[in-house]
Every structure is written in structure tokens, then in C-alpha cells.
Design a protein around this ligand. Structure first.
Ligand code: SF4
Ligand code: SF4
Length: 206
């Protein structure tokens, strides 16, 4: 589904699958190169993802280690209204022992570990916002989670990778939009770069 319209501040015009696109992702260099320190802060899941995780709680508990809580009641914060989530409700994961409740002592996500153990697609059990980060959807706009386009405070080890966010996060963007939506994003990128007079193979650093 595609439509062209301005969001509330009129800044973005391209919409794919109901999400507006911040073209910054086409030009801003990815800095994400550490091993996932963002997982120490937890994540917001969609209410449906929260319910899904609860439905597989026994399997998750089996692969948790002694630094993680097997008390399901302690895994999540209270649900809250948030229109950036498909169901309109977001549920944050709790921070336990200084890390997301699903992060094990080796810095691995138990949800991803479980999927791999089962021979399933690696992101089968993983919340969408974990897959996307530091890309994010905020107030209906796909953009980069930065503070004034600087790095996120806990991305201490992050350094510029030489690739734009679009180039570095192709798999994640396909996961978000599906093949057709990604193709549309690709076409929008070409149009946008032509408009600002940059070749598709040229990286732009901002
Ligand atoms: S650089 Fe930042 S976003 Fe990337 S894995 Fe590290 S903490 Fe997470
Ligand atoms: S659910 Fe997994 S990927 Fe997401 S923040 Fe927690 S440990 Fe990290």
C-alpha cells in the first residue's frame, strides 16, 4: 500500500505500508558496530509480540541462564498506549540484572537463540523494534534513532562503518516492508538521490 501525503510537520512525503520514510537513511552513515549494548536497556514490543512471547514462555525459560529470571511476571512492564505499534499498545521488556530480561550472560538474545536452536528463521521470535534498531519507527516515520543525529549515548563503541543505514540494514528493511515494499523503497532512494544530485553508489556523510 502506497500513498503520498505529508505527516504532521509536513517534512516527509513518501509512505510505504503506512510508514513515512525519512530519507536520512539513504545518506547517513551507519555507526552501529558493537555487539549489542543497546540490549542492556530493553525494548518496546507490540502487544501481539508480548502475547506471542508469553505463549512460548516454557521454551524460553529452558534456555535462560542463572542471570535471567524465569518468573514470567517480572519480564514485562505495564502495557501502554502507543500508536507506533500495530496493535496500538506497547509493552516494554524489564531490565533485570542490568540487562534486558531476554539477554543472557554471554550477551545473546534468548529469543534469537531459541529460534536458531529450533532451526527456524533467526528473527522468528524477536520483536520488530529489536530487529530494526538503531533504525526505528517514531510517530509514524521510519528514521534513525539518534539524538540530533548524533550517536545514541549508549552506542559508546559504535563507529562509522562506511555504509549508509540503507545499505547496512537491507535485510532489516526487507523484514519490515516485505519484498514489494523494499522495491518501492529502492525506487524512492533512486529518485531522492537524483533529486539531491548524488549517484546511487556514492555515499554521503552528514
Ligand atoms: S552501536 Fe549502538 S545500536 Fe549498534 S549494537 Fe551497539 S549499542 Fe546497539
Ligand atoms: S529482546 Fe533480545 S534483542 Fe531485544 S532488547 Fe532484549 S535481548 Fe536485545
Amino acid at each position: 500500500m502506497t500513498e503520498e501525503r505529508n505527516n504532521s510537520n509536513g517534512k516527509f512525503t513518501k509512505k510505504i505500508n503506512g510508514i513515512l520514510i525519512d530519507p536520512l537513511i539513504f545518506t547517513y552513515k551507519s555507526y552501529c558496530s558493537c555487539v549489542g549494548d543497546c540490549c542492556y536497556h530493553g525494548v518496546y514490543t507490540d502487544y501481539k509480540e508480548y502475547q506471542y512471547i508469553l505463549s512460548i514462555q516454557d521454551k524460553i525459560k529452558e534456555i535462560m541462564d542463572e542471570t535471567q529470571s524465569r518468573d514470567v511476571e517480572s519480564w514485562f512492564e505495564a502495557p501502554q498506549k502507543d500508536d507506533d505499534f500495530e496493535s496500538g499498545i506497547a509493552v516494554g521488556t524489564e531490565v533485570i540484572n542490568g540487562k534486558c530480561t531476554f539477554l543472557d550472560k554471554n550477551g545473546l538474545c534468548s529469543l534469537q537463540k531459541l529460534a536458531l536452536k529450533e532451526g527456524e528463521f533467526k528473527w522468528k521470535h524477536k520483536p520488530l523494534y529489536c530487529v530494526l534498531f538503531p533504525l526505528t519507527v517514531f510517530e509514524g516515520v521510519l528514521s534513525i534513532d539518534t539524538e540530533d543525529n548524533g550517536e545514541i549515548p549508549y552506542c559508546k563503541n559504535g563507529s562509522k562503518t562506511g555504509l549508509t543505514f540503507y545499505e547496512a540494514y537491507t535485510e532489516e528493511l526487507k523484514h519490515l516492508f516485505g519484498d514489494d515494499g523494499f522495491l518501492e523503497l529502492e525506487n524512492y532512494r533512486e529518485e531522492y538521490l537524483k533529486e539531491i544530485n548524488v549517484g546511487v553508489n556514492e555515499n554521503v556523510d552528514k
